[in-house]
Write a protein of this length. Structure first.
Length: 278
């Protein structure tokens, strides 16, 4: 009973107020800041306020692995809507999301996503969603930033790590930047899927070792994807999570968000340096 009172009188109203307040501030600073840095700081404040409101304590590990990393692709497992605030609050550099287009339609949150320059992915249009990968790679190289990608293509219904799509590896190779595996544990206990049943708890966030892509072409994206997933599996196990075996760690027909990458030279060659320029 007390948990329900806490949830409906504190957590949900607190999230709404914080989102409206930070969304409004983001709209204002967007008029004066074309770099999006101020908006990212507002988003970080919003994210940490949400985690504080729901009673989530975040323990961060592996920062030494990403010290000095500025341009990269962050690739993380995805089990809850609260993954996003954790990433916004604790990834140590400026980065942009690849987010489903429907999120851009949510008041305040969507306005911030659009004004801050995050990338909308129209998953209902396979060809358009694939073009966003090239757009994201261009964003990384031209603005000296990083992007966040969830290679499973969406939240895991079961909470278990799913097969990976190759969009994150494609972006990293096209931009010639490292891919950094990221593991999250405990977030599903704070907010399970399809509920507003918030609970207090501890989230563990671990950054893995960057996987270099210099000199590779997109033909190597299968091997990069498999290597990233293997690191995430090891980190999840190290954080105490159970990881089931899957038929294949890589979904060769999955593309970026569950669609086949015919438009992106969908051959998978060996992981070796090649002339970049596909």
């Amino acid at each position: 009973m007390l948990t329900k009172v806490w949830r409906y009188l504190w957590v949900i109203p607190g999230i709404v107020v914080s989102t409206i307040l930070c969304g409004t501030v983001s709209q204002i600073v967007a008029m004066f800041d074309q770099s999006s840095r101020a908006q990212i700081r507002v988003a970080r404040s919003w994210a940490r306020s949400l985690l504080w409101i729901v009673g989530a304590k975040v323990e961060v590990e592996g920062l030494v692995n990403v010290k000095g990393v500025q341009q990269c692709v962050w690739a993380s497992n995805h089990v809850s809507y609260m993954d996003t605030p954790v990433m916004l609050g604790y990834i140590p550099v400026q980065f942009f999301f690849l987010a489903k287009s429907e999120l851009f339609k949510i008041p305040f949150m969507g306005w911030h996503l659009e004004r801050a320059g995050h990338v909308s992915v129209p998953i209902e249009d396979p060809k358009a969603s694939l073009r966003t990968l090239a757009q994201a790679a261009k964003l990384v190289t031209e603005r000296n930033v990083s992007v966040l990608f969830f290679p499973e293509g969406g939240r895991s219904e079961s909470g278990e790590l799913q097969e990976f799509k190759d969009g994150a590896a494609y972006i990293a190779i096209k931009a010639q930047v490292p891919l950094v595996p990221v593991a999250l544990v405990g977030i599903r206990d704070i907010l399970p899927m399809h509920t507003l049943d918030f609970k207090r708890g501890t989230v563990k966030l671990r950054f893995g070792k960057p996987i270099p892509t210099a000199g590779l072409t997109t033909q190597a994206r299968q091997e990069i994807t498999v290597a990233a997933r293997a690191q995430i599996v090891d980190m999840l196990k190290g954080l105490g999570a159970e990881v089931r075996k899957v038929r294949a760690p890589f979904d060769p027909e999955g593309g970026a968000y569950g669609q086949h990458n015919h438009d992106l030279d969908h051959r998978h060659g060996p992981l070796r340096p090649e002339r970049h320029g596909d």
